[in-house]
Design a protein around this ligand. Structure first.
Ligand SMILES: CC(=O)Nc1cnc2ccccc2c1
Length: 459
């Protein structure tokens, strides 16, 4: 009993310290594990980043779509064994429905296109910036949500579509001051893997599992990768050939390894065309062939790519590729070619921070209106309404404050000009305006009487 009492006393003391009542602790003020609050300063930065995403999408004539964060779980059930489908933030809702917070946006896009049936004119170029979720174990300490800019082209089978996507990625980077010296984009084609599997008589239905396995290469090394391929019923010789193909450094070497195979030849031709288009777009110095890039999503069928920081300190910045079979998987009566990329909001922020490319963003308040006293509030709000109707951002002091307190408030909200509404000036139809952006000392600010203006001249 004594022990229990001591424990309860300790908990009550701890709760007291946290401002809770002895009865129990105050609510936790932290967001759920693995998730983020966006306070105003962080929200300004996020809005700045998303505005850059939207500006790039606009320039490439993409249109924005959105959908519920909640989807039927079955939308993500794939046999490829990908991490993303094994970490679903899924649950059974009160109707007994198996649902999940979306771990990615591409399946939702496919569902929406399918819902339009034959009514949608292809190709479509759609983008969205959805919050995506995963139920990550707390031990791994990774985040459970992020916002991921998605750009997809549905209905175009040629490499022109992938070139447009890469144009989008590179023009976004340029728009935030990232150069091709900071970041590169590795490009590969899964058709090479498909050719090797065919060369060794490995059944197509192993393709997705093989892709998910070889995507682990740089984490688990070649031997472990060969072993995993063997476990997936791939012959030892084929497994070694697959792993060897991932370390090729040029399209020429690829030619030697698998060149004569028609599927591989197709892959080579496409990649050469992609590199020629890249030069024509002016982003040739951003992309490089890298046979080890496979990406972890099972549904990619052709070109795959990923943006990386050339210093090699960060995780992949963005990634994408062609997924020509996904709409068929969801029941499309015809094959609908598609390709797209995802661009998370976290790694890019680390990169921009490190490169000193994040802008310093302040709230924008054009006027802070300060009533001289309670009686003047009626006139002060009239002035504020006039200025707001003219499109200005106006903050009216909610409590009557002395001038020096009003100034410190105006500083805090980054006001540009202070408008004092006082009896003497008001009797003459005027107010007193002070510019707060002039570089002056505190006492100069206080001494400065500002200028007297008729209200009509303010707007
Ligand atoms: C770097 C990072 O935070 N990645 C991240 C964070 N949250 C996710 C949530 C769902 C799917 C992928 C995710 C990926």
């Amino acid at each position: 009993l004594k022990k229990e009492a001591a424990k309860a006393a300790k908990a009550a003391k701890k709760a007291e310290a946290k401002g809770g009542t002895p009865a129990g602790p105050a609510i936790s003020t932290e967001p759920p594990s693995g998730t983020r609050d966006f306070f105003p300063a962080e929200m300004r930065t996020r809005n700045w980043l998303f505005a850059k995403f939207r500006e790039t999408a606009r320039q490439l004539a993409f249109v924005e779509y959105d959908a519920p964060v909640l989807e039927a779980e079955q939308l993500y059930v794939r046999k490829g064994g990908e991490e993303i489908t094994q970490q679903m933030y899924n649950f059974t809702d009160k109707d007994g429905k198996a649902v999940s917070l979306r771990p990615e946006m591409t399946p939702t896009l496919a569902r929406m296109i399918l819902s339009l049936g034959g009514k949608v004119l292809l190709p479509v170029k759609w983008f969205s910036i959805p919050q995506c979720w995963r139920f990550e174990t707390v031990q791994r300490g990774r985040k459970r949500e992020h916002f991921q800019w998605n750009m997809d082209i549905v209905g175009e089978a040629s490499i022109a579509a992938e070139a447009e996507l890469l144009a989008g990625v590179t023009s976004f980077f340029k728009s935030v001051g990232v150069t091709s010296a900071d970041v590169g984009i590795k490009v590969n084609s899964r058709k090479v893997l498909a050719a090797i599997l065919k060369m060794y008589g490995i059944d197509d239905d192993k393709f997705e599992a093989v892709c998910v396995i070889v995507d682990k290469l740089d984490k688990i090394g070649p031997d472990e990768t060969v072993q995993l391929l063997r476990d997936a019923q791939v012959s030892d010789e084929a497994a070694r050939k697959i792993v060897a193909s991932l370390s090729l450094r040029s399209i020429g070497e690829l030619q030697e390894l698998v060149g004569e195979h028609p599927v591989a030849a197709d892959a080579m031709r496409e990649m050469k065309e992609l590199f020629a288009l890249a030069e024509a777009y002016g982003f040739g110095d951003w992309i490089l062939f890298d046979a080890s890039v496979v990406r972890g999503l099972a549904y990619y069928t052709g070109i795959v790519f990923e943006g990386f920081d050339r210093k090699g300190e960060l995780r992949a910045i963005c990634g994408g590729g062609r997924y020509d079979k996904l709409l068929s998987l969801y029941g499309s009566p015809t094959v609908v070619p598609a390709c797209g990329f995802g661009f998370g909001d976290c790694v890019i922020m680390e990169l921009l921070q490190e490169k000193g490319l994040l802008p310093h963003l302040e709230p924008e308040v054009d006027f802070v209106v300060c009533p001289f006293n309670a009686e003047m509030r009626l006139h002060a709000v009239q002035v504020a309404a006039t200025l707001r109707a003219a499109g200005y951002a106006v903050d009216v002091l909610l409590a009557n404050k002395r001038a020096d307190k009003a100034f410190s408030y105006a500083d805090r909200v980054s006001g540009r000009r202070m408008v004092f509404v006082a009896p003497d000036e008001w009797d003459k139809g005027s107010v007193r305006v002070k510019d707060l952006r002039l570089e002056r000392s505190e006492e100069e600010k206080l001494a400065d009487r500002g200028i007297e203006l008729p209200v009509a001249e303010l707007v």
